[in-house]
Each structure stands twice: as C-alpha cells, then as structure tokens.
Design a protein around this ligand. Structure first.
Ligand code: MG
Length: 378
C-alpha cells in the first residue's frame, strides 16, 4: 500500500506544555496524549511511542493485530516502570492510538480517547470508541452523545497506558480502499471540533499536510483548550499482497521487498534481545544510582567552598553529571591559609568523615593548626 501522510502537533492556546506525541513511520502511525503532573505527561506519551516504535519496525509478519496489541502492552509496562522509578513521574499515563498498515488492511489498536477516523466517499466514520467515563454513560443510555460532547468530565479516562500493571487494548482490522483517508488525532482536536467540522476540512483539502495544518488551525480558532495532534494518511494505491510479492532483487522498480516471516522474525528476536539487555543495563544503573545515593547520604567531608573551608554532606563525586554532595556548613577559615599547612595541603580534594561531628572535629583541628601557625609565624 502506498500512502502519503501529513502530521502536525500544536501546544494549543491554553496549556503550558505540549504533552502529545506522534509517530509517523510507514507502516506504523500513532498519536499519544500524555497526562500527569510536572513533566510526567510529556514523558509518558514519548516513552510509550518510543516503545512501540522499537518493537514494530518490520513487524508486518503473522498476526499484526496481536503484535500491535502486544507492543502497546509492553509500552504499558515501560511507562508504569518509569513512573514507579521516579517520584516526579509517578501517576503518569498516556493514551495511544496506533495504526499499522499491512497490504490492503490496516490494524488499529488503541487505549484512551485519542481517535482514529476514516474518510471514504466524503463520509467520516469514527473507527475507535473512547475509553472515557462519558462514553460509558452514553453506552448505558444515561446521557446523549450530544451531552457527552459538552460534559465537564468528558476527559476522564476509564483506561490509559502506564497506570495499571495490565491494560485492555482494543484492536480491529479494517480493509483499505484506494482513496481512503485516515485520521489519527488527540482529544485537543475532537474536543474543539465537531465530527462534521473535521469531515469538512478532510473532504475539502487534498494535500494531507495542509489538511493537518488546517485541522490544527481550526481547533485553535475554536479555543485551543488542549494540545492538538493530527496525523492524516492517504491511501494512494494498493500494493501486492505478501503472497504475490516477488523475491527481493527482481525488478528495480518494485516496491520495498516484502520480507518473509522467517526474515522478519530474525531481526525482531534480535531486537527484543537487545531491548531486554538495555532494560537490564538500565535497571542495574538505577540500582547502582540508588545505592550510591544512599551511601552518599551517609557521608561527609571537609573541603573548600568560595575560598573558605567548608563541610559537605555526601561524597566528592559526580554521577551522570549530578553532584552527590552539597555544602552543609561553611566556616570563616581561609582555604588558602589551610593549604599552606602540610597536613591540609590537599584539602580542596576533600577529607572524608563518617559523620557531621567528625567533619567538625577536622575543622576544629584545622582551626587549631592555623592558630598555632600564626603564633609560630609571629
Ligand atoms: Mg489531550
């Protein structure tokens, strides 16, 4: 399948940060809408898409729907683990809506309220069901679809990636036709524009990039209450199905060779092994970091700060660019004068102590030695 795509993400007009992310890497396309305090939302959406990007390249073999679902479950684990490892990121999560092209079909998998639509013959069809509280209320007949669109709690999700140890992923496979236009978008678009307004732009703008730009501009013109991300994918022509594909190397004008399952699985296995290794290395680094940090918290040393002798809490080192110590107390003793005395010549490198009291004792000794030296020197 040959496609042409456009993409645009925008902070909108009301938010301080853009926590949306997108992935455009034919045959895989995705949008993600992150949430969580501080930088959490931003991290969640990016980590999730990096995870599915790493897993799915070349993965058009076998059952693509279950592969994509598996990848989103892996993203769920990855985001959850990152959130648990970093207090600033705790509680973060993200939506994912991903689309994988495969021959004349596309698999769509999603969690949350970012949507996929298809424009065909001028009509717009929503391909995903929002995992939101209000959608559930509509399903139960308790509110109307119209009320849902204006509901104050319309952004409350019933499912998200990275929040619970496991996640239900909705997946479906659709047939593609020449001329189909697919849209992936975050709720910053659908919260601002009706399906009809979206349809109007998609049906009237031929170029997918300009259509993406116009959708974002329209959402901003309607208020831009949230971050807005859109991916527009146009199906230009059908490619041969895998079984009719010629072996690689025959015919220079052939589309990129379709790998046989054996060819695909090999690099995928290798990739998974590489990712597992990387995950173990990261875990060891994190464990090492936590250990070093705990050790540093129990250590003190005497060194110099702004030309004075000072007591530091921690160890005189930097790990990953982060200082493992801070000045706990400064003194009125001249660092230069102390360095003149033989026992304290190396004081700028730090003299370690196992407690603040011992560090103070070192300072007292320096003070006594300086006093003695000044008496001796007249
Ligand atoms: Mg949003």
């Amino acid at each position: 399948m040959t496609v042409r795509s456009g993409v645009r993400t925008d902070i909108g007009r009301a938010r301080a940060r853009n926590e949306d992310a997108y992935l455009v890497r034919d045959p895989l396309f995705a949008v993600a809408d992150g949430m969580g305090g501080h930088r959490g939302g931003n991290v969640a959406s990016k980590v999730a898409l990096e995870t599915i990007r790493a897993f799915d390249a070349g993965g058009t073999d076998g059952d693509s729907a279950s592969e994509l679902v598996k990848d989103i479950r892996t993203a769920n684990q990855t985001v959850l683990a990152r959130g648990e490892a970093d207090r600033d990121l705790r509680g973060m999560g993200t939506t994912i809506t991903a689309l994988l092209l495969q021959g004349e079909h596309a698999t769509i998998a999603h969690v949350g309220d970012s949507r996929a639509y298809r424009l065909r013959d001028g009509g717009l069809e929503q391909l995903t069901q929002d995992h939101t509280l209000v959608h559930q209320l509509v399903e139960e007949g308790r509110i109307t679809a119209d009320q849902a669109g204006r509901h104050p709690q319309r952004s409350i999700l019933t499912r998200a990636v990275g929040v619970e140890p496991s996640v239900d992923v909705d997946a479906s496979t659709i047939e593609l036709r020449l001329g189909d236009r697919l849209l992936l978008c975050t709720d910053g678009l659908t919260g601002m524009l009706s399906d009809d307004a979206i349809r109007e732009v998609l049906a009237s703008e031929e170029d997918p990039q300009r259509a993406s730009d116009r959708l974002v501009e329209a959402a901003n013109a309607a208020g831009g209450d949230d971050n807005i991300t859109v991916v527009v994918i146009d199906v230009l022509e059908a490619s041969p199905a895998p079984e009719t594909a010629k072996p690689a190397g025959t015919g220079t004008m052939a589309p990129p060779a379709v790998s046989t399952p054996a060819e695909v699985r090999q690099p995928r296995r290798w990739r998974r092994a590489a990712i597992l290794t990387a995950a173990i290395v990261v875990a060891l680094l994190v464990a090492g970091w936590v250990g070093v940090h705990a050790y540093a918290n129990g250590q003190w040393y005497v060194a110099t700060s702004n030309g004075r002798v000072a007591i530091y809490h921690g160890i005189p080192a930097r790990v990953l660019g982060v200082h493992l110590s801070h000045v706990a107390a400064t003194t009125d003793l001249s660092a230069a004068a102390a360095e003149q005395l033989e026992p304290w010549a190396g004081i700028h490198d730090g003299i370690t102590a196992t407690s603040f009291g011992r560090a103070q004792a070192i300072v007292d000794q320096i003070r006594a030695d300086l006093a003695a030296a000044s008496v001796a020197g007249g």
